[in-house]
Design a protein around this ligand. Structure first.
Ligand SMILES: Cc1cc2nc3c(=O)[nH]c(=O)nc-3n(C[C@H](O)[C@H](O)[C@H](O)COP(=O)(O)OP(=O)(O)OC[C@H]3O[C@@H](n4cnc5c(N)ncnc54)[C@H](O)[C@@H]3O)c2cc1C
Ligand SMILES: *[C@@H]1O[C@H](CO)[C@@H](O)[C@H](O)[C@H]1NC(C)=O
Ligand SMILES: *[C@@H]1O[C@H](CO)[C@@H](O)[C@H](O)[C@H]1NC(C)=O
Ligand SMILES: *[C@@H]1O[C@H](CO)[C@@H](O)[C@H](O)[C@H]1NC(C)=O
Ligand SMILES: *[C@@H]1O[C@H](CO)[C@@H](O)[C@H](O)[C@H]1NC(C)=O
Ligand SMILES: *[C@@H]1O[C@H](CO)[C@@H](O)[C@H](O)[C@H]1NC(C)=O
Ligand SMILES: *[C@@H]1O[C@H](CO)[C@@H](O)[C@H](O)[C@H]1NC(C)=O
Length: 502
């Protein structure tokens, strides 16, 4: 509270000294520089400038170096009030800013800024199980591996990333695909409350009964509405699971693709089962292999739902009994960190025909066009999405994604590109857009396309909100207008998927 009062007083002083007309007129006036000075005065140990070790650490707290930019300063709030005060200072001075959670969205400028203030949420790291164990309150500085490790002693889980290093806030604001989604829907369908700092600086808690329009919008509407400072997540009992990764040689391609197509069609018979099958192309070794994460929520790992995949002769298969926390800890080591990365999404009906279009087009085009790019890894992960996944969201009050249940099941695919030389950035971005356009055109021509584009796996320029359920974009925009009439989180915080830019 002390900081809030101080900064508000400071802001009032600044505002009196510098009428907003002067902001436009003066050439010496720089809103960001002044905002950094103001923040530094109030929060002397929480504001960092270029050259300081903590500035570098915060600016490079991203999955991919494509996201390291050049904020004028970094502010690291330690509590919700700090965020609220910072918003008052930033809006009062009309300074631009960005907000970063786990830093895993691989789009430059979506959670960082050139010349603005970077708000790094690292220190908002609350994690607390409710007294009745029914939900866990998590701050946006947390990563999923920390949530799972915290819940493990209680035999509980919450719905979140299938990779532990991913940040909590970004995943939830775009929906969130979990190993438990076929049972319980999007991770965001399982949020029971959001604490949010609105553009006015006001701190509110949105639930299904208070600020319920905001609550609905945050389940998949992204960062146009406020800064979320706490998520309350439903917990589920899941003390042991079966999980692991199988790696299948290219000689078994046909068996692999048919098992994936079958899982897409029939996997919903057992919602406790989940797979993330991928084509994985490694240019330096001139190889393509097929991998799949395999998951079952239970103690008996011999399950008919996964049998078609586990029956394929594998190079390696680590599937077996474990806990969610142990599994993600083990796979973190396998996830690239420090190389350049880009994503792109495609979605289709969950059929063998769609799978073969995506597979053949992707493999042929990668080999023909970018195989010589230094350090290239290219993959497509096919995420099977069942009817029950979507039905769960409807049962829990609905979400802005409003995925069409009538055409389910789907594959929501993410193309991943990873490379090493910044000089290849333009080549990869152009290729990623091109191969995606061609795949989408072929899927459409074959009647295999699906409309939904998953925000969190998307690449720059893809249409996200345009493909949400009918009417939902207009609804999101009106909720944005209600809670942020001056477009603070749209114009002063330009990074991210914005409902007004769709
Ligand atoms: C290796 C890897 C594995 C992945 N696995 C999965 C998976 O299993 N399931 C899945 O669904 N997705 C997965 N993803 C995608 C992931 O959900 C997105 O990358 C997500 O954006 C990451 O969240 P973050 O907090 O780390 O992101 P950030 O880059 O920090 O933020 C993403 C966006 O959210 C905004 N934002 C962040 N925090 C807040 C906040 N508190 N309030 C308001 N806005 C905020 C940022 O401004 C930015 O626009 C994976 C990504 C990677 C790189
Ligand atoms: C800088 O970051 C380190 C941890 O990386 C932390 O211990 C230290 O307190 C930070 N410095 C300041 C001034 O906050
Ligand atoms: C304000 O100063 C920062 C840091 O010097 C700079 O990056 C930014 O471009 C300036 N903004 C304007 C509007 O001049
Ligand atoms: C890469 O492998 C393919 C077969 O999969 C082969 O035709 C090609 O010659 C190989 N390229 C190199 C450079 O070894
Ligand atoms: C595990 O489940 C399979 C398939 O339902 C069944 O055949 C098998 O007997 C079970 N194993 C144990 C140890 O219960
Ligand atoms: C396994 O494959 C067979 C056909 O080979 C199919 O009939 C069956 O439904 C598949 N099961 C699953 C769970 O995919
Ligand atoms: C591709 O990205 C997705 C992120 O949604 C991740 O789950 C998957 O593990 C990645 N695959 C590879 C091979 O890197």
């Amino acid at each position: 509270m002390k900081f809030s009062v101080l900064s508000t007083l400071f802001l009032a002083t600044v505002a009196t000294a510098l009428p907003s007309s002067e902001v436009e007129r003066s050439t010496s006036f720089n809103a960001t520089v002044l905002a950094c000075k103001a923040l530094k005065l109030v929060y002397s140990t929480q504001v960092f400038f270029p050259g300081e070790a903590n500035y570098t650490a915060e600016n490079e707290h991203f999955w991919t170096p494509t996201d390291y930019l050049s904020p004028t300063c970094v502010f690291t709030p330690k509590c919700t009030t700090d965020v609220s005060s910072a918003i008052l200072i930033l809006t009062g001075l009309k300074a631009t800013f960005a907000v970063r959670g786990g830093g895993h969205m691989p789009i430059p400028g979506y959670a960082n800024t050139i010349g603005g203030v970077l708000i790094g949420l690292t220190d908002l790291n609350e994690i607390q199980l409710s007294s009745d164990n029914s939900y866990v309150s998590v701050g946006p500085g947390r990563r999923w591996e920390e949530v799972y490790a915290y819940l493990e002693p209680y035999g509980l889980v919450a719905l979140g990333g299938r990779v532990g290093i991913v940040g909590v806030p970004g995943l939830l604001l775009g929906g969130g695909i979990s190993f438990y989604s076929n049972q319980h829907g999007f991770a965001s369908d399982n949020v029971v409350a959001y604490e949010v700092v609105l553009a006015s600086g006001k701190i509110v808690t949105a639930t299904s009964t208070q600020y319920s329009d905001l609550f609905w919008a945050l389940k998949g509407g992204g960062n146009s509405f406020g800064i979320v400072t706490r998520f309350d997540l439903l917990t589920y009992t899941s003390p042991t699971v079966c999980a692991g990764i199988t790696e299948i040689p290219s000689t078994e391609k046909d068996l692999f693709l048919s098992a994936v197509a079958n899982f897409g069609q029939y996997g919903s018979a057992d919602p406790k089962a989940a797979v993330i099958p991928s084509i994985f192309m490694l240019a330096s070794l001139n190889i393509t292999v097929y991998t799949s994460a395999l998951f079952y929520d239970g103690t008996n790992c011999t399950q008919p739902a996964l049998a078609n995949v586990t029956a394929i002769p594998a190079i390696e298969n680590t599937y077996g009994s474990t806990t969610l926390a142990t599994y993600v800890e083990g796979t973190d080591a396998l996830i690239a960190d420090g190389t350049r990365q880009a994503f792109r999404v495609v979605s289709s009906l969950a059929t063998a025909e769609a799978l073969s279009i995506v597979h053949d087009t992707f493999v042929d085009m990668v080999t023909a066009n970018i195989w010589d790019v230094a350090g290239l890894q290219a993959s497509v992960a096919f995420q099977p999405v069942t009817k029950n996944f979507i039905q769960q969201g409807i049962n829990k009050g609905g979400n802005p994604q409003g995925v069409d249940i009538s055409k389910a099941p789907y594959f929501w695919m993410v193309e991943n590109f990873s490379w090493t030389d910044p000089a290849d950035d333009a080549t990869i971005y152009a290729f990623a857009a091109q191969v995606t356009d061609i795949i989408e055109a072929k899927l459409s021509a074959a009647g295999q396309a699906a409309q939904y584009h998953y925000m969190n796996d998307a690449g720059l320029g893809q249409e996200i909100f345009q493909n949400y359920g009918a009417g939902n974009l207009a609804k999101l925009r009106s909720i944005r207008a209600k809670y942020d009439p001056l477009k603070v989180y749209t114009n002063l915080m330009p990074g991210g998927w914005k409902v007004d830019a769709a």
